[in-house]
Design a protein around this ligand. Structure first.
Ligand code: CP
Length: 336
């Protein structure tokens, strides 16, 4: 794809060459994300961060990524704080905001709404998550993490065995991850979920069309055996008709150190897009895994910064100007 000036709305946009370019760019940005070097390559540029659903990682890492490249960030975190609450259309909001910004990241509760917003925008729009549809930057950082974790065990993505566990019906991170994994023909996938929360049929059909091996099960012990990567997900309470309906599924798919030790191969990597629901009745990823060296959830969130910096560099056309813009850090920085 041509990155310059493009929206990032869906994983469908990318081929493997595009992904390789994003990952290469992300790797080159490590000295900047880890504060060994600084750059002001996006000085003067403005990001509008429009998040109409709760977010910690996506909103703040997109904002930090833009700041670390020297740009400024404007934040809006409530629909009620905008004129959308007074009946203004997404079209008008987009036309107006794109006059005030050089790039926009949007999260919205309705599937398809970010694409609708992007159609009216005069600047690139990045989908920070639209309803139960997609979360493309999450899938990119997830795949980047899978690659790094596998490489540290002398393995590769092309032959990876991956278990996706939890709410595969509503989880947009899982949907985008499935789409990106389909680009790797020799992987095998286990889909582990309660029957009512199975991966949508259209994604199962896509796996089948590509002859990718899939196994569907409701048994977490079967799911986590003989895999390289476990990808846990949260029950997406906010997508159910009511909380009591969501509560029926909480705690059904729960991983702790004891279950891990008994059923997993050594060095099986544990991932989760986060947030993990740490309330007792849910607890899909127990705190007793926090000292497990194969728990990659914080390496995953750190990688999010690199991937989001890379996306900004590519769509704003500064990827080849980073190194020449670099200077050293003059304050105490203890990032490792
Ligand atoms: N993974 C993710 O999207 O996290 P946030 O909801 O905190 O942004």
């Amino acid at each position: 794809m041509e990155f310059l000036g493009s929206n990032i709305l869906s994983i469908d946009q990318f081929n493997r060459k595009d992904i390789d370019l994003i990952f290469k760019t992300a790797d080159s940005l490590f000295p900047f994300a880890s504060r060994q070097k600084i750059t002001r390559v996006l000085q003067g540029a403005i990001l509008s961060n429009m998040f109409f659903e709760p977010s910690t990682r996506t909103r703040i890492s997109f904002g930090s990524a833009f700041n670390m490249l020297g740009g400024e960030v404007r934040e809006t975190t409530e629909i009620e704080a905008t004129s959308l609450a007074k009946g203004e259309s997404l079209y008008d909001t987009s036309r107006v905001l794109s006059g005030y910004s050089d790039v926009i990241v949007m999260r919205h509760p309705l599937a398809g709404s970010v694409a609708e917003f992007a159609e009216a925008s005069r600047v690139p729009v990045i989908n920070g998550g639209d309803g139960d549809n997609e979360h493309p930057s999450q899938a990119l950082l997830d795949l980047f993490t899978i690659k790094k974790e596998l490489e540290s065990h002398n393995k590769e993505i092309d032959t990876a065995r991956i278990a996706l566990i939890g709410d595969l019906k509503f989880g947009r991170a899982a949907h985008s991850l499935c789409k990106i994994l389909m680009l790797y023909a020799n992987i095998s996938i286990k889909l582990v979920s309660p029957d009512k929360l199975k991966l949508p049929d259209f994604l199962i059909s896509e796996f089948e069309k590509k002859n990718i091996s899939i196994l569907e099960t409701q048994d977490i012990k079967e799911g986590i055996a003989d895999v390289d990567i476990i990808y846990m997900t949260r029950i997406q309470e906010e997508r159910f008709d009511n909380v009591s309906e969501a509560n029926k599924y909480k705690g059904l798919m729960s991983l702790n150190q004891k279950i891990y030790t008994k059923n997993c191969e050594p060095n099986t990597v544990i991932m989760h897009p986060l947030p993990r629901d740490s309330r007792k009745d849910a607890n899909e990823l127990d705190d007793d895994l926090n000292q497990n060296p194969n728990l990659a959830i914080y390496r995953q969130t750190d990688n999010g910064l690199l991937i989001r910096m890379a996306l900004f560099c590519l769509i704003l056309g500064v990827a080849d100007k980073i190194e020449s813009s670099a200077s050293s850090v003059s304050w105490f920085s203890n990032k490792s």
